[in-house]
Design a protein. Structure first.
Ligand code: ADP
Length: 428
């Protein structure tokens, strides 16, 4: 393994079942497939066409039969690896494919009853969960299936901004540059990047998402046969573990893929042994997965929010709006500081309701907050409603009672009900 960093145009020849691992530097990298066949996380590269990868992207170009690729620009690092877990990953895909075909065949006899594979990918942070999810989805889409991607990772989700849980149908292999499409996504806003802030609310939202998908599937045999791939958080201890079990249960997952964690795998096998229809499968972590420390994670969250407003290549033009305090209704869910146990009479439980809706008085504390725009028609529907999109508060004028906010477009907001959490974004 020779790591290098250079800026010229150069070619790299890859032997069969090898991959080139690339970390793009602070400037975009141009890249193309010269000959042979190769894929990036399950999506085949088009022959000879130059692709431009954005700064900081980390990816691997894998080839099953051999390929030559060409790079133009600087990389942070790039090296070739001949040891990858790709064969075991594609074997999982083959099993899922078989289950989908069987489901489709049986649904012809008994319409409405059959359900394709529901895969949940679990493991610690930086084990390659989202990458494996994307591969399984892209391989399935290549074969004509339309699986649903569910992303429960509020820390580093791949569908939309952090702090959300979301789902979207995957109708074609995921674009290696653009990532996942947002147009058809079903998004719920938790508003925090760690679940411990309000684990009960997290569960409630996971349940809402699952129920909505279940309703959509009931009228869509194609989507049901294709099944789901569910990505989870890297939080696997304590409350995190409890939330994993909750997700497995809520989505009726029937295949649990555990990446790179012996202990978690055996714990899950043990608790799920009474459910004969749930398979727990251990998979090896790829040596190419890049670890990110807390600071890098925070930065990448900020980039994600920036990307939401401005696009990956500054191709979007967000719009600054001014509204009066009384035009908008900002709600916090489970708000209000919880009374410490020590302040309560002996035996009493802290009574803050984790799903209580609190109307927030607009003040300077909201500056830089990222708010979700709810689809709710009435406040009491806010928790059970998905969201249309996000705005970011850029100024608050207490004297004139005016809020300035950034929105993706110049149009009116689809609703006046907004949800605030602890997520903030400061344009730099
Ligand atoms: P997790 O979801 O478990 O936190 P990710 O799948 O997001 O982990 O992987 C972490 C980072 O490593 C991502 O930036 C991803 O693109 C990168 N990555 C994953 N697999 C490889 C690989 N084989 N080669 C190079 N980079 C990789």
């Amino acid at each position: 393994l020779a790591a290098s960093s250079s800026s010229s145009t150069r070619q790299v020849k890859l032997d069969k079942e090898c991959e080139l691992r690339v970390e793009v530097g602070e400037t975009p990298l141009r890249f193309r497939l010269l000959n042979g066949t190769a894929e990036i996380f399950g999506t085949e590269l088009p022959p000879e066409i130059w692709l431009t990868f954005p700064p900081r992207l980390k990816f691997a170009v894998f080839t099953w039969y051999g390929a030559t690729v060409e790079l133009n620009g600087t990389t942070e690092t790039d090296y070739t690896a001949d040891e990858t877990p790709m064969v075991s990953y594609v074997n999982v895909h083959a099993v899922l494919d078989g289950r989908r075909s069987r489901t489709k065949a049986s649904s012809a006899d008994a319409p409405g009853s059959s359900q394709g594979p529901r895969v949940i990918v679990v493991g610690p942070t930086d084990s390659g969960k989202s990458t494996l999810s994307k591969m399984l989805l892209s391989w399935a889409a290549k074969q004509g299936w339309k699986p649903t991607f569910v992303d429960l990772d509020i820390g580093q989700g791949s569908i939309t901004i952090p702090g959300c849980i979301a789902a979207t149908p995957i109708e074609m292999p995921i674009d290696s540059v653009e990532g996942l499409p947002l147009e058809m996504a079903l998004v719920y806003y938790f508003g925090h990047t760690t679940p411990s802030v309000n684990a009960e609310l997290y569960k409630v939202l996971v349940k809402e998402l699952a129920q909505t998908l279940e309703r959509q599937f009931s009228g869509n045999a194609e989507a049901r046969a294709a099944g789901m791939v569910i990505n989870t958080m890297g939080w696997i201890e304590g409350v995190g573990y409890e939330l994993l079990l909750h997700a497995i249960d809520t989505f009726n997952a029937n295949i649990v893929l555990v990446i790179g964690q012996e202990k978690l795998c055996s714990m899950l096998k043990d608790v799920l042994k009474n459910k004969p229809n749930v398979d727990v499968v251990k998979l090896q972590k790829s040596g190419g997965v890049v670890s990110r420390n807390a600071k890098v994670r925070q930065k990448s969250r900020n980039y994600r929010i920036r990307e939401y407003f401005y696009g990956l290549t500054n191709d979007l033009s967000p719009h600054s709006h001014i509204a009066s305090f009384n035009d908008l209704f900002v709600y916090r869910i489970g708000g209000g500081p919880q009374a410490p146990r020590s302040a309560l009479p002996i035996g009493a439980e802290p009574s803050a309701d984790p799903t209580r809706l609190v109307l927030v008085t607009i003040n300077r504390d909201l500056l830089h907050s990222v708010l979700a725009v709810s689809f709710a028609k009435e406040p009491d529907q806010i928790i059970s409603s998905n969201v249309a999109g996000f705005i970011c508060i850029t100024d608050i004028d207490i004297q004139r009672k005016k809020i300035t906010y950034l929105a993706p477009s110049a149009g009116d907001l689809p609703s006046k009900f907004l949800i605030v959490g602890s997520l903030t974004w400061l344009e730099t």
